[in-house]
Write a protein of this length. Structure first.
Length: 434
């Protein structure tokens, strides 16, 4: 057991250090489990959740097509023109856009283009982009908790424990909306003076400069293919269970995403196929593969059974306290360590807990855990992948941020959102809606 745990801890430390490519770190860790005889090659293959990888790969393809078409850039610029580039409405639009888009696509992609756009706009409007980008990160992580595909922890929990897109949208979706609006309100209060002062710099010349620097044509064919196939993927993710019963063929989340993604690739020209494939996030797929192997090694040595017993004793003492522990302990921990491996490890614990008589409903445990790790991940620059992307972009193209400033801005909003989401989860528990 201690060899598997030691390998996992070393890998975790290497990921947290950000000095090594995380996909290679996890793959090397997985290989070490085989070298030390903890897992066989068959165990390695069996430990990988292929449904999760299929869902991620399919959504990566569709998002890559829409990114290549310029759709997200066009969407952001259209929204900004609607509010005539006025700083306060612009701030609200950026935060709401981060939250909404993160419900349907990877928050990493959302923060990649929003960070670039926000820094550029803030420089022209003489605003400090740091609090605005941090607000976008917090809103993106909160919004991502609302659907199955919004945040990687949700993808893992949903595909591993058997919950659908509709399940997440129905149960965590409303809570995600409430917490995102709360985050918007908190950051608006923090930035209201700066937004008011910035209004005086908004001139016709500034607007012309923004338009010139952000000019990009929308590719009509790519956009049409991307939007149609993305819409089909979302519909299949929502209705794949009843559709499976209707046609008598099993359709899981991976198939629901891969069918429209494959169709989209075939419809593209050779030039665009190459561009889309080069934009795919293959490193994340490798990272997840290695992660599944590492967690499979811990399961092989029965670590999760011991953790499940500990949580079961807590649940027998006080079920409300147990549900809140599932929300707060992993939630606060996800501010320090990446929430993806944390969610994967906890999914195995929940699977073992569900088999113990007298435990709370598995669904209630999943909603509490998902909201905790998704929202709690905003706390520090390394708590979630979106944070790392945004932090890196700010450091490179704006200036030093530092952990102290990030914590000062992100921690109050994150903790407030976690308090509200935990109260709403407890309310769901009391009324039996889970």
């Amino acid at each position: 057991m201690w060899v598997a745990i030691s390998i996992f801890v070393i890998v975790y430390a290497a990921i947290a250090s950000e000095k090594f490519p995380r996909h290679w770190v996890t793959m090397v860790g997985g290989c070490l489990l085989v070298v030390f005889g903890i897992m066989s090659p068959k165990d390695v293959v069996d430990s990988i959740n292929w449904e999760t990888l299929g869902l991620l790969a399919g959504m990566f393809v569709l998002v890559s097509i829409l990114t290549e078409s310029g759709f997200f850039h066009w969407l952001a610029m259209t929204a900004m023109r609607k509010v005539k580039y006025r700083p306060a409405p612009l701030f609200v639009v950026l935060i709401l856009m981060a939250s909404f888009l993160s419900m349907f696509m990877d928050s990493i992609t959302v923060m990649l283009f929003l960070s670039a756009l926000t820094v550029q706009l803030c420089h022209l409007l003489r605003l400090d982009p740091i609090p605005i980008v941090i607000a976008e990160v917090c809103a993106a992580n909160a919004g991502g908790s609302g659907t199955l595909v919004g945040d990687p922890p949700n993808v893992i929990l949903g595909t591993t424990l058997g919950f659908s897109f509709a399940d997440f949208a129905t149960h965590t979706g409303p809570i995600a909306v409430v917490t995102a609006l709360l985050i918007l309100g908190i950051f608006y209060l923090i930035n209201r003076k700066a937004l008011k002062a910035s209004k005086q710099w908004l001139t016709e010349y500034t607007i012309m400069e923004i338009e010139y620097k952000n000019r990009r044509d929308l590719h009509p064919q790519l956009t049409k293919i991307g939007l149609i196939c993305f819409g089909i993927a979302v519909l299949l993710l929502i209705f794949h269970v009843p559709l499976s019963h209707l046609i008598g063929v099993h359709i899981n989340a991976a198939v629901a995403a891969l069918i429209p993604a494959t169709a989209a690739i075939f419809l593209l020209s050779d030039k665009h196929k190459k561009a889309v494939i080069l934009k795919l996030d293959g490193e994340s797929i490798l990272f997840f593969c290695g992660l599944f192997i590492l967690i499979g090694g811990l399961e092989k040595v029965h670590l999760f059974e011991g953790l499940a017993t500990f949580f079961a004793n807590l649940a027998n003492t006080n079920q409300n306290l147990f549900i809140m522990t599932l929300h707060w302990a992993p939630g606060l921990l996800s501010g320090i360590v990446d929430n993806v491996p944390l969610a994967l490890a906890m999914s195995y614990v929940l699977k073992d807990l569900a088999a113990i008589p007298g435990m709370p409903a598995l669904s209630l445990m999943v909603w509490s855990l998902a909201l905790g790790v998704d929202i709690g991940g905003s706390m520090t620059p390394i708590g979630a992948s979106a944070n790392v992307v945004a932090y890196g972009y700010l450091e490179k193209y704006h200036g030093a941020v530092g952990w102290k400033k990030w914590l000062k801005l992100a921690a109050p909003a994150t903790l407030a959102a976690m308090v509200v989401s935990s109260i709403l989860v407890l309310l769901k528990s009391q009324i039996g809606w889970y």
